[in-house]
Design a protein. Structure first.
Length: 182
């Protein structure tokens, strides 16, 4: 039996100038859906904490929301959850499952020198995973904050977090996200 890891060093040492927090579909109409393994409001709390950490470090926060293509009027609750966005954040509107296709997100990240994306949002296996797969194909380093995600079923969430995400990047908790000293 091995001794438990008592190392107090953070699991990550991110460069705030090259890292962005990417939060997917944190909109009232999505956060309010029945989700597992945690409620949308719990995902939102974790995402808000991450956003505070990123903003305090001077790192970019990207908020992605979906709009229905061709719809004259979007369904109620289609904006970001009130209070989530702050000055300096980048808001991206997508019309597909992932956040890259047709949004200009890659160009906007590259012009800022971003090389690492820290991801969270709803649903784990849909918007988050689709955005992550495209980001991986584009060469970004990926970090997945498990408590900042949920899906329509616990099994869907677990499949992404336990099977897919470790192949694409690093899966961590909220407290594991730290920045290097300037």
């Amino acid at each position: 039996m091995t001794a438990p890891d008592t190392d107090t060093e953070p699991r990550l040492a991110l460069d705030p100038a090259r890292t962005a927090l990417v939060l997917v579909d944190l909109m009232d109409r999505i956060v309010g859906l029945p989700l597992e393994p945690r409620k949308g409001t719990d995902v939102l709390l974790a995402a808000e904490e991450l956003a505070r950490v990123f903003r305090a470090a001077g790192a970019l926060v990207v908020l992605i929301r979906v709009e229905r293509s061709g719809a004259v009027e979007q369904p109620p609750g289609s904006g970001l959850v009130a209070g989530l966005a702050a000055d300096g954040d980048l808001e991206i509107v997508k019309r597909t499952i992932g956040g890259f296709q047709g949004t200009g997100l890659d160009e906007r990240l590259r012009e800022r020198g971003i090389t690492t994306l820290v991801l969270g949002g709803i649903a784990t296996n849909l918007g988050v995973e689709s955005t992550a797969r495209a980001a991986g194909d584009l060469g970004y380093d990926l970090v997945f904050v498990e408590p900042a995600m949920s899906a329509f079923t616990a099994a869907e969430h677990e499949a992404s977090v336990r099977l897919d995400f470790p192949r694409l990047g690093t899966v961590v908790g909220v407290g594991d996200v730290r920045f290097t000293a300037a």
